[in-house]
Design a binder for this molecule. Structure first.
Ligand code: ZN
Length: 445
């Protein structure tokens, strides 16, 4: 777990090398071929050494392949020229193609030849044209979206167009780190892109309060994919399996791609990483007033938004926290009377409970509460005409209707998919368990 630092350096090195190779763009293929040649020559050299040593037992066989030959293999390649042009706002395909060196009439021929595949009048600012000249061939690429691109080619006369999948490279990586200062700094030291870190936070957001519960000595391990486009830009990252140790508590999550192609994170046992909230903070209840966002009427003046749900219940009925969290307010709050606000472990969510008769014993600001824990009792404190609980659910501070709140699926892996789940996730979990060296072989897919 202490190797994160070294890993950081090695990752940077790899990135730098790749970027350098990419920036040369058109020469990446010859470079790759050159590398293949180096490998072949290297293998031949080793065989020569082995056979030489086996036959004669002498050291002289090692010199049978001069090193200079390894360095500059002669591989004839047609020279390639690569030009890239960003679409500017206000551009037409014609103006952008002219900047790539096409004559206006050639640009028109390209635009009309593309029509059957993709209408180049739809080009968008910020996207790119790429022109590759190689021998008598000219290729033209236009990035349509994350997945696809237009590829046009001519051998000097007619243009042909196809729509093709954008080439992408996926690197499978493993990283681990120790929290010393902040999660983000530890993650950056471990070489994680901030997008991967955000994904990590999202996955464990229902179990760990990342703003308050992080401690020095907490640690994480993560197996993830980084996806690059053909120019070497990081397009996205995806976590396959992750572990977080928070205050001695170990949490693990693994990705599962379901039969229908959707995916979700589960514990290794197949339970959802997402936790549901209780449907209501009271066990037996009746809704007496619903959520409405009607604003104060400019003429009539008395229509008010009701940003919560009122549950009518006898005075003294226990009120329960709908999810795990921490009390951020407990006390008297104007018309709300005795009021409790809970910030949930998933910090985007908070709930509020008003008009309480009294609070449960021992609670104070900062207290941790568990789902279902009794936090107070129904009353009519503040502005209330009868005993009821006014309950609010806020997402990033904005009150939402708790009754129509889209409930995130928190179901376990279906029983009939468990075998598939185990088969898919076992290798990733095993990889996470292994204390392998920090720099993992890079898998190009
Ligand atoms: Zn109310």
């Amino acid at each position: 777990m202490t190797h994160a630092f070294y890993r950081d350096f090695s990752r940077q090195g790899q990135n730098r090398n790749r970027r350098r190779g990419r920036r040369r763009g058109g020469r990446s293929l010859p470079l790759r071929r050159a590398r293949l040649w180096l490998v072949l020559i290297g293998v031949a050299g080793m065989l020569a050494v082995l056979f030489g040593a086996g036959l004669s037992g002498s050291q002289s066989a090692k010199a049978s392949v001069p090193h200079e030959e390894w360095l500059e293999p002669e591989i004839p390649q047609p020279a390639q020229q690569v030009l890239r042009e960003a679409i500017r706002s206000g551009d037409t395909a014609i103006t952008a193609l002219e900047r790539l060196g096409f004559t206006p009439s050639e640009a028109y021929r390209i635009a009309s030849a593309s029509k059957s595949v993709y209408a180049l009048r739809d080009i968008r600012a910020g996207h790119f044209f790429k022109r590759v000249d190689q021998g008598k061939e000219t290729h033209l690429y236009y990035t349509i979206d994350d997945q696809t691109r237009l590829h046009m080619v001519t051998h000097g006369k007619d243009w042909q167009a196809i729509k093709e999948e954008r080439p992408s490279l996926t690197r499978r990586l493993y990283a681990q780190g120790h929290i010393e200062d902040s999660l983000f700094e530890a993650a950056a030291r471990a070489g994680l892109d901030s997008r991967t870190t955000m994904n990590l936070v999202d996955i464990f957001a229902w179990d760990i309060d990342f703003a308050r519960d992080m401690r020095t000595g907490d640690s994480f391990r993560v197996l993830y994919d980084e996806r690059y486009d053909e120019e070497g830009n990081l397009m996205g990252t995806r976590i396959l399996a992750a572990e977080f140790v928070n205050q001695g508590h170990r949490y693990r999550a693994v990705l599962y791609v379901k039969k229908d192609g959707s995916f979700e994170y589960y514990t290794p046992e197949g339970k959802s990483m997402r936790k549901a909230y209780l449907r209501a903070p009271l066990k037996f209840t009746r809704i007496s007033s619903r959520f409405t966002l009607r604003r104060k009427h400019p003429v009539l003046g008395f229509t008010r938004a009701h940003r919560g749900v009122d549950y009518a219940a006898p005075s003294g009925t226990p009120v329960r926290a709908v999810g795990d969290g921490r009390i951020v307010f407990i006390g008297w709050k104007g018309g709300y009377g005795r009021f409790i606000q809970i910030q949930h472990v998933n910090r985007a969510h908070s709930t509020a409970y008003a008009h309480l008769r009294r609070f449960a014993r021992g609670l104070h600001r900062g207290s941790k509460v568990r789902q279902g824990q009794v936090i107070g009792y129904v009353g009519m404190s503040g502005l209330a005409t009868g005993p009821h609980l006014h309950f609010e659910f806020r997402v990033r501070g904005v009150a939402v209707n708790p009754l129509t709140l889209k409930r995130t699926p928190s179901k376990p892996v279906p029983a009939d998919e468990m075998a598939r789940f185990r088969q898919q996730t076992a290798p990733w979990l095993a990889r996470l368990e292994q204390q392998l060296p920090d720099v993992m072989a890079v898998a190009w897919e």
